[in-house]
Write a protein that binds this ligand. Structure first.
Ligand code: NDP
Length: 308
């Protein structure tokens, strides 16, 4: 019997216990799923960073730690974690990120705020077609590529930027430091879908924000530290940035006195772009346990040196 420890906080147990059990059954696994085991008995840990479990050393037979979240910045630095760490790549989460990003891109593209503000005046305004509105996505991983595909289907010319070189159909791909400048130079809308690592911290700072064309819009569902907040506020006040939609912040919840709340050209959303969906995510976890038991390679293993 496989012993799977659910270390993701008691509040999530009610949501995850039955989809996980069903997914284990569906994968043909005989597994005992609990919130409490003697550490030396545990085969797999299903994990969320808010859990009390911070010392992985007693989990001597644990074959993998299966993170419930896509982002792993809160766990990659944990020196006690020597077991393989798998991050979450969940079709439900990906779909919700695609919907959120597409919605906010279309809000900017169609100037929806303008129509809402002009409810008492007849001022016809014809937005350009999507093909005239270049969008750049920073980060071409699971989520960046899925959003790029959806936006390309709508007709937007999409550029992307990643660490390593890529050749993706229908996308203009850039990489490395020089590539960032090219990726930003033509972007009317920029979407950040990078992980939080030492290399991506403040990737949008006063220097790189200056590469954007006048009137650019920024959408950040990635992580707060990707943006130098003071530099963004300056770029909003004196250009080139016209508006920013921010879902993630250095400190969450965003402190009440943070200037983003009151800024007329910032939209704050409370880290809701894409939540892990228990039904689909449970199947991903079960598949990884099945692989572990069959001696196959785990899916979505985090490279701890790279940080994602
Ligand atoms: P992936 O690991 O699949 O993709 C990460 C992408 O970022 C890759 O294309 C990678 O490049 C690129 N990248 C990493 N480091 C650098 C760098 N130094 N320079 C340039 N590019 C870099 O991650 P996901 O797409 O699954 O997720 C992205 C992030 O989205 C998560 O880390 C998380 O922070 C955030 N997120 C936010 C949610 C929300 O609700 N707001 C929900 C879920 C995720 P390469 O391809 O070359 O490796």
């Amino acid at each position: 019997m496989i012993k799977a420890l659910f270390a993701a906080g008691p509040d999530r147990w009610d949501t995850y216990a039955s989809p996980l059990k069903a997914a284990f059954e569906g994968a043909g696994l005989e597994a005992d799923l609990r919130q409490d085991f003697a550490p030396e008995e545990v085969d797999y840990i299903i994990y969320a960073p808010h859990s009390d479990l911070q010392d992985f050393r007693p989990y001597t037979r644990c074959k993998a730690v299966l993170n419930l979240w896509a982002g792993v910045e809160k766990i990659t630095g944990n020196a006690t974690l020597t077991q393989p760490l798998c991050r979450m790549v969940d079709p439900g989460l990906t779909q919700s990120m695609v919907e959120w990003v597409t919605g906010h891109v279309l809000r900017y593209h169609l100037e929806i705020d303008r129509s809402v503000a002009l409810q008492d005046r007849w001022l016809p305004y014809v937005p350009p077609l999507a093909e005239e509105r270049p969008v750049t996505i920073l980060g071409l991983g699971e989520l960046g590529q899925a959003c790029a595909t959806a936006l390309t289907r709508l007709g937007f010319p999409v550029s992307g930027w990643s660490r390593t070189a890529k050749d993706l159909p229908g996308l203009s791909c850039h990489h490395g430091t020089n590539g960032l400048r090219d990726a930003l130079a033509s972007a009317q809308i920029v979407v950040l879908l990078l992980p939080d690592t030492p290399q991506t911290a403040n990737i949008l700072d006063s220097n790189s924000l200056g590469w954007l064309p006048q009137g650019a819009r920024i959408i950040n569902p990635g992580r707060g530290p990707l943006i130098d907040d003071a530099a963004l506020l300056t770029a909003l006040d004196i250009g080139p940035v016209d508006h920013a939609t921010l879902d993630v912040f250095r400190v969450e919840p965003l402190p009440e006195d943070h200037p983003y709340w009151a800024h007329p050209r910032v939209t704050v959303t409370p880290h809701i772009a894409a939540e892990t969906r228990p039904l689909t995510a449970s199947r991903v976890i079960a598949e990884n346990i099945r692989r572990g038991e069959a001696g196959e390679a785990f899916l979505y293993v985090v490279d701890r040196d790279r940080g994602y």
